[in-house]
Design a protein around this ligand. Structure first.
Ligand code: ADP
Length: 418
């Protein structure tokens, strides 16, 4: 047991014993006080009846041993002036109280017995703290000589953070736990650095395509567009499309970059998820008429969050449902209420996904089956953004999908507590 646990244990038992002793003392004081009071009351009644109240008031009071009987026999004596004394056998009374005292002690014993169970329960609950204390005691017992710090310093200085083997290694057993902590930190830093580098490289790659297309059309315009109206119109249309695509891509990249650096602020308000889903449902019917749309209402799905962002996440799922399903297919919106949760889902009857693809769809720039997606014009960032938004609202996303059957994306958000 550690010193902390010992202290907790000791103070617990000290308090328990102190409480019991205090109880005993109070009970004894009340019993003795009560007995003396009853003696006084008895004599006072007699004095009142016989008119010697004044003599009673000034009577002498003392405890004395009864002569000749037993040295243990103590009496309480009330001696009014010039009158016969009144004796009350205190010891007899106390002997009379012995059974009550025994019962009290037994009850206290039972109380202590249960307290013993209680402490083992407390000890079980305190085990993590105890373990922590053991660890702390172990660490404090390590004698740290200053030489070890310089070894550690040298080991840290000798690593190159960009090298493949960026690890601190001193070979000293006492420094092992510090080494592990440092190496874990290095590993995480390296991972996030690699992630950032991958993001920048993927982003540049994605931006290169529309730029190349725009360049191509500008050259076409330069050569033939001045004379040929058909080329002019085609190029203008293509330039419009590509610049819109590039604008969307840049906006998505900026959103994720802001999210990574913690600069995306949520403007949280309470709202009914049903209203927001319904708005996106109605706007989808107006914007895109090649699909059929269905809405399963559930009013009163109260939650808290940034309405604009939640709307953006719904739009991402709807845009994908439109992209990856055929003309005339139905897209179903549904809202649900569960204990502590509200949810919305967007379901399509499109091409669906293989189980192996599902694991990756939330990765940045991931597009299942590149060839298939080439013509759909996606960037591979939509679902990453949706995931960021949902996680920022402490929610989860579930995906159910089967090839050639369709997909359903369900988002669950914490319900607003009223
Ligand atoms: P994209 O812009 O390519 O749609 P997303 O991040 O939104 O990027 O989606 C990632 C990939 O997940 C898509 O390329 C697509 O292969 C797959 N996907 C997403 N939604 C659906 C869906 N409703 N049906 C089939 N596949 C989908």
């Amino acid at each position: 047991m550690t010193s902390i646990a010992r202290k907790l244990n000791g103070s617990f038992w000290r308090k328990r014993l102190w409480d019991l002793l205090l109880t005993d003392f109070i009970v004894a004081a009340l019993v003795c006080g009560g007995y003396l009071y009853s003696c006084e009351k008895q004599i006072y009644s007699q004095a009142k009846m016989s008119d010697w109240v004044e003599a009673y008031r000034h009577a002498g009071r003392y405890f004395t041993r009864t002569d000749g009987i037993s040295w243990r026999q103590i009496d309480y004596v009330i001696q009014p002036a010039e009158m016969e004394e009144y004796r009350f056998p205190v010891t007899d009374f106390l002997e009379f109280c012995i059974p009550a005292a025994v019962i009290l002690v037994i009850l206290q014993g039972i109380h202590l017995f249960f307290a013993l169970f209680h402490t083992s329960e407390i000890r079980r609950k305190l085990k993590p703290i105890n373990d922590l204390a053991v660890r702390a005691e172990e660490m404090s017992s390590i004698s740290f000589d200053p030489g070890k710090f310089s070894t550690l310093e040298q080991a840290i200085e000798s690593i190159s953070p960009d090298g493949p083997e960026a690890e601190v290694h001193t070979g000293d057993k006492d420094l092992q736990s510090i080494e592990v902590a440092l190496n874990n930190l290095l590993h995480h830093m390296k991972e996030s650095q690699q992630q950032q580098a991958r993001f920048v490289s993927d982003a540049s790659h994605e931006l290169r395509t529309p730029i190349a297309v725009i360049e191509g059309y500008v050259n076409l315009l330069d050569r033939w567009g001045k004379e040929d109206e058909a080329v002019l119109n085609e190029s203008i249309e293509a330039l419009k499309q590509e610049s819109a695509h590039m604008k969307e891509l840049v906006e998505q990249l900026l959103f994720l970059a802001r999210g990574d650096s913690g600069r995306n602020t949520l403007h949280q308000v309470s709202f009914d998820l049903n209203d927001v889903v319904k708005e996106v449902f109605e706007e989808s019917m107006m914007i895109e008429e090649r699909h059929r749309y269905k809405m399963k209402d559930q009013p009163g799905a109260l939650t808290r969050g940034d309405v604009a962002m939640i709307k953006q996440s719904i739009r991402i799922f709807v845009q994908n449902a439109v992209k990856y399903s055929g003309e005339g297919d139905c897209i179903t919106f549904a809202v649900g209420i569960e204990p502590g949760m509200v949810s919305y889902s967007v379901q399509d009857e499109g091409i669906g996904m293989e189980a192996g693809e599902l694991e990756h769809i939330f990765e940045r720039f991931y597009r299942a089956d590149q060839a298939r997606n080439g013509e759909k014009g996606g960037s591979g960032l939509g679902l990453s953004i949706a995931r960021w938004i949902v996680e920022a609202h402490h929610g989860t996303i579930e995906v159910t999908s089967a090839p050639e059957c369709g997909s359903r994306f369900t988002v669950k958000l914490p319900a607003e507590q009223l």
